[in-house]
Write a protein that binds this ligand. Structure first.
Ligand code: BEZ
Length: 216
C-alpha cells in the first residue's frame, strides 16, 4: 500500500491531549500570546477569509453570544491569513450592518505559521480558504477537543457551547457525557476495571453503563 501523496488534511497536525503550541501575533485588540490565556478556557478558531458570507454569519453569531462564553470563563480567539487592517474593516462593516461589535481578538496569520503549527492548513498548502477549525483548550493549555468544518458549512454556536459545557462538567464531576448530553442532564460513571464489579452487577450492563452517582 502506498501512502497518499497529498499534504495532511486540516486538523491532522495536533491531537487531543497535546499542549497547544504557544505563539504571538498581532490582533484586533493588540498583541496576543496564547500562553497568556493559561488559567482559563480558550476557544481558538480559524476562518477561511474576511468578507465572506458564512464567516460573517459565524462572527455575528459568536459576538451575540460572547457573554455566554465569558460566563463560562472561556475566551474566544479567531485567526485567518487576512491582514489586521482587513480584520478592522470587516469588523466595522459587521458593526454597521448587523449592529454587533466583535470584541474578541482576531489574529492575522499572513505567513500561515500559526495555521501550520495547528494543522489548520496542509503543510504544503498555500491556500487557507478551506479551513474552519476549532480548538477547545483547557486552563492548563491542553487541547481537549477539536472540530473541522469545510468552508461551505458554518459552525453551530450552541454546539460550541455544549462542547465547552461538556468538557467543564467532565472535569468538575469526573464523569462522562453521553450522546446528545445537555447541561443539567445525567452524566455517566466511568466503567469499572474490576472483574468483581462485573460479576456483582445486578444488571448485565450495569458494570460499564450506569449514571454517575450524583445523578448529574
Ligand atoms: C464563506 O465564509 O462564506 C466562505 C469562505 C471561503 C470559501 C467559501 C465560502
Amino acid at each position: 500500500m502506498t501512502a497518499p501523496a497529498s499534504s495532511p488534511p486540516p486538523c491532522a497536525g495536533l491531537r487531543i491531549g497535546d499542549t497547544a503550541p504557544d505563539f504571538e501575533a498581532r490582533s484586533t485588540i493588540g498583541p496576543a500570546r496564547l500562553s497568556a490565556y493559561r488559567g482559563r478556557w480558550l476557544i481558538l478558531f480559524s476562518h477561511p477569509a474576511d468578507f465572506t458570507p458564512v464567516c460573517t454569519t459565524e462572527f455575528v453569531a459568536l459576538a451575540r453570544e460572547a457573554a455566554a462564553f465569558a460566563q463560562r470563563d472561556c475566551a474566544l480567539m479567531a485567526l485567518s491569513v487576512d491582514s489586521l487592517f482587513s480584520h478592522f474593516a470587516w469588523l466595522r462593516m459587521i458593526r454597521d450592518r448587523f449592529g454587533v461589535e466583535v470584541r474578541f481578538p482576531i489574529l492575522e496569520d499572513p505567513t500561515l505559521v500559526i495555521g501550520r503549527a495547528f494543522g489548520m492548513v496542509g503543510a504544503q498548502d498555500n491556500d487557507s480558504a478551506t479551513v474552519r477549525t476549532t480548538f477547545f483548550i483547557d486552563p492548563a493549555g491542553v487541547i481537549r477537543a477539536m472540530t473541522c468544518y469545510p468552508a461551505s458549512l458554518g459552525r453551530s454556536v450552541p454546539e460550541m457551547l455544549r462542547i465547552l459545557d461538556g468538557l467543564q462538567a467532565i472535569d468538575a464531576k469526573g464523569a462522562l457525557a453521553p450522546a446528545n448530553w445537555q447541561p443539567g442532564e445525567p452524566m455517566l460513571a466511568a466503567p469499572s476495571h474490576d472483574l468483581d464489579d462485573v460479576y456483582a452487577a445486578t444488571d448485565i450492563a450495569g458494570w460499564f453503563l450506569r449514571e454517575n452517582e450524583d445523578g448529574a
